[in-house]
Design a protein around this ligand. Structure first.
Ligand code: ADP
Ligand code: MG
Length: 323
């Protein structure tokens, strides 16, 4: 059984101009210990997918529905707010691009860490403190014991990111979602954090969803990749397969703009010409059609169905991209 199973996730936002379909029928499984990349341009629905799974979409204006979102058999959509909060600390955790979104500026780092450990792991004060030091050391923060008394603003951006990761990992979550977690960091720190996530994933078997618009990082870190566009998954494949045999015009476009795939970071995607569709109006054909360089005449006649290119590889694209 998959660790996480998402079926027909739809997340909408009511706005003045109409209903935004931010996520429009997303389904995927995440296996135990798997690192799954979620890539796509800005606005494609990556963050909203993550927030929907975490039960962090504000409702209203949001509205999250799905046939199922199950984590280790627990139906996340049926949980009360209090139950969701409990699971968020204990079984799933999320790290954001901006660490201050998860850190409380007026509490010391030590206090924030021990609070989580006391609450979710039922540790007493001394044990929580000891574990907090261990965790800070694990994420590579020197002089961890002394740092417990510091406030988030006394740390550099990279260090804050590490603290946030330490807090996210403090309860040994089964699922870790990292949303552009290293995007704002310089390349060296970015590489260190990626190594850290790899090591933790390897040591504790945590499943990871790694959201990024940096395909280079994804190539170096992930086992499998979901490509998102206009609130949908348009292609999914094992990572090598995706880079060697992209099967969707959109994936091809993303690749064309990513010169380095060696996992060391490197240049970001340069935008594909044209703009993503407005998510308020219905999209009857392929959402990428107006920007696609490989579209065929069929693309203008019917919506694309999924085509299989291997056991774990499909794309919703009618064009033939085989070499
Ligand atoms: P990504 O993370 O891929 O850049 P998002 O998931 O943040 O994209 O956003 C997907 C779409 O949902 C975007 O069009 C965005 O404008 C819209 N969206 C996100 N949050 C809200 C909100 N609170 N209200 C209205 N629209 C939203
Ligand atoms: Mg985002």
């Amino acid at each position: 059984m998959a660790l996480l199973s998402v079926r027909n996730l739809q997340t909408r936002f009511a706005t003045d101009r109409g209903v935004v379909r931010a996520v429009d029928g997303v389904s995927f499984d995440l296996e135990e210990g798997e690192v799954l990349g979620l890539v796509g341009e800005s606005g494609s629905g990556k963050s909203v997918t993550a927030l929907s799974i975490m039960r962090l979409v504000p409702e209203p204006p949001g509205r999250v529905t799905a046939d199922a979102i199950t984590l280790e058999g627990t139906d996340l959509l049926r949980l009360s707010e209090a139950q969701a909060r409990e699971i968020r600390g204990a079984r799933m955790a999320m790290i954001f691009q901006d660490p201050m979104r998860s850190l409380n500026p007026v509490l010391t780092v030590g206090r924030q860490m021990t609070e989580v450990l006391r609450r979710h792991r039922k540790l007493d004060g001394t044990a929580a403190r000891r574990r907090a030091i261990e965790l800070l050391e694990m994420v590579g923060i020197p002089m961890a014991e002394r740092r417990l008394a510091a406030y988030p603003h006394q740390f550099s951006g990279g260090m804050r990111q590490r603290v946030m990761i330490a807090i996210a990992l403090s309860c040994n979550p089964r699922l870790l979602i990292a949303d552009e977690a290293t995007t704002a960091l310089d390349v060296t720190i970015q590489a260190q954090i990626i190594d850290l996530v790899k090591r933790l994933q390897h040591d504790s078997g945590t499943s990871v969803i790694w959201i990024s618009h940096d395909l280079g990082v994804v190539a170096g870190l992930c086992d499998r990749v979901n490509v998102m566009y206009a609130g949908r998954i348009v292609e999914t494949a094992p990572v090598r397969e995706l880079f060697h045999r992209p099967a969707h015009g959109y994936t091809l476009g993303l690749m064309g703009s990513t010169p380095r795939l060696d996992g060391t970071g490197g240049p970001r995607l340069t935008p594909i010409e044209g703009l993503p569709p407005n998510l308020i109006d219905p999209i009857p054909l392929c959402p990428f059609l107006p920007r696609c360089r490989v579209a065929v005449s069929e693309c203008r006649q019917r919506p694309p169905e999924r085509r299989n290119f291997g056991a774990e590889h499909w794309a919703a694209c009618l064009a033939d991209l085989s070499p």
